[in-house]
Write a protein that binds this ligand. Structure first.
Ligand code: HEC
Length: 126
């Protein structure tokens, strides 16, 4: 009878050890996962949006204003300022995206994508 009780105690202690060990290793895995997330910066919820000021305006200044400004060829619409581009944002996205603007040849695909993405993200003054 006493032997049987000892055996049960050993079993119980062994089971307890296994549970504690598995909990500890789970915690470690969770900590590692959160460190990887911080280092990788690939969490889709934190992907940067296209910036008008830093990414879109420099392209428009370089490739569109040469025609779309009263100081240059004066072709409608003017695309000098955020407000002017915003007012035509949908058309800008369509004409850049289908390669018919700038007149004379489409933008490099990375620039084209930036402008199309900016329009799709709501054409923000960001
Ligand atoms: C060489 C001159 C020239 C350049 C450079 C140019 N455009 Fe145009 N754009 C035109 C002309 C001409 C028209 C009118 C004829 C037409 O619609 O094709 C026009 C029309 C437009 C229109 C109004 C028509 C519509 O579809 O709503 C938009 C918007 C436009 N361009 C956007 C752009 C953007 C954005 C760029 C730069 C990525 C650009 N253009 C560069 C000459 C130019």
């Amino acid at each position: 009878m006493k032997n049987n009780w000892n055996f049960k105690m050993v079993l119980a202690i062994t089971a307890l050890c296994i549970i504690i060990a598995s909990c500890a290793s789970n915690v470690e895995e969770e900590q590692m996962a959160s460190v990887e997330m911080e280092e990788g910066m690939e969490d889709p919820t934190t992907v940067e949006m296209v910036s008008f000021a830093n990414q879109v305006k420099p392209i428009i200044d370089a490739r569109c204003v040469v025609c779309h400004s009263p100081e240059t060829r004066g072709i409608f619409p003017n695309l000098r300022t955020f407000a002017e581009v915003k007012a035509r944002a949908e058309r800008v996205g369509i004409r850049v995206g289908n390669g018919t603007m700038p007149q004379g040849g489409p933008l490099p695909s990375a620039q084209m994508q930036l402008i199309v993405d900016w329009v799709n993200e709501g054409a923000l003054d960001n």
